[in-house]
Ligand binder design. Structure first.
Ligand code: GTP
Ligand code: PEP
Length: 253
């Protein structure tokens, strides 16, 4: 069941990055034609957004995409905000930076005057997690650390990432730590947590948390670990999840 969400409501803001309906799921091209891949992207994105909407503690769900028409069609009927990724900022990490820049000022004003035990948190959730449940999301939100990473099946990637909206007060020292660690192209301070999704993103995000002085928990749960990118991922899903997704995308069975 969907809960009503609004930018003014309490809770964590969830951001779901979503590609267009044409270029995604390329690693399944050998087993699925373009129409079926598009259908799959839609089915998975709806599942993730519905799961987030059904989770207590998620106050607002935002999808960031370069293809808002596809996203709106895909998510028709769901209480979700579609945020357009600027053409000048291509790629997954840039999409998330854009979303954070738009959403952070709103998050700061979520509940003026009301003490919040976990103010201004952002949850990034990939749009291709077929086994994700509200219980999984609740478990992430309940972790006591400021950063929570739900890793993927082989424990090298990041499928969900929970973090504070804002850079820590000591972000000047964060910039210095980055330079000490030999990261290139660093600024002078006031830098937020850098999104580093891509190959090896678990280690990259752990390094980023260290640079920011943020404590971190790594979570590995059946519902958060399988992002559906390959035929092998598909084979690892529980039977009931495969039956449900396979019913909607017949080419997968
Ligand atoms: N807004 C946005 N989302 C992206 C972009 N690239 C990937 N995503 C989303 O980020 C999440 C992880 O994507 P990936 O698994 O890396 O890519 P994919 O398109 O699902 O699959 P592949 O084509 O096999 O890489 C999914 O929710 C994608 O829809 C991008 O450039 N912009
Ligand atoms: C983007 C990532 O993974 P994938 O491309 O496998 O979805 C990641 O784990 O950071």
């Amino acid at each position: 069941m969907s809960r009503a969400t609004s930018p003014e409501g309490p809770g964590t803001t969830a951001v779901v990055p979503l590609r267009d309906g044409v270029s995604g799921k390329s690693r399944l091209a050998a087993v699925l034609d373009a129409g079926s891949r598009r259908r799959l992207v839609r089915v998975l994105a709806r599942h993730v957004v519905e799961t987030l909407l059904a989770t207590d503690g998620i106050g607002h769900v935002v999808v960031v995409t370069a293809d808002p028409v596809f996203a709106r069609e895909t998510l028709a009927g769901l209480t979700v905000e579609v945020l357009e990724q600027p053409v000048a900022r291509p790629g997954l990490n840039a999409a998330l930076e854009h979303a954070r820049e738009v959403l952070a000022p709103r998050a700061q004003g979520l509940r003026p005057g009301v003490p919040d035990p976990a103010p201004g948190r952002l949850l990034v959730a990939h749009a291709d997690l077929p086994a994700l449940t509200p219980e999984d999301v609740t478990a992430l939100l309940a972790e006591p650390t400021r950063v929570v990473i739900a890793t993927d099946r082989d424990r090298s990637g990041t499928n969900l990432l929970l973090l504070p909206f804002e850079a820590e007060a000591d972000s000047l020292s964060a910039a210095a730590k980055r330079r000490n660690l030999g990261f290139e192209g660093e600024g002078d301070g006031d830098e937020p947590f850098r999104f580093r999704f891509g190959v090896g993103s678990l280690v990259a995000h752990l390094s980023e948390a260290e640079v920011q002085g943020l404590d971190v928990t790594v979570v590995h749960r059946p519902g958060t670990a399988v992002d559906l990118d390959t035929a092998d991922d598909w084979s690892q899903l529980p039977d009931e999840v495969r039956a449900k997704v396979g019913h909607e995308v017949p080419g997968l069975m």
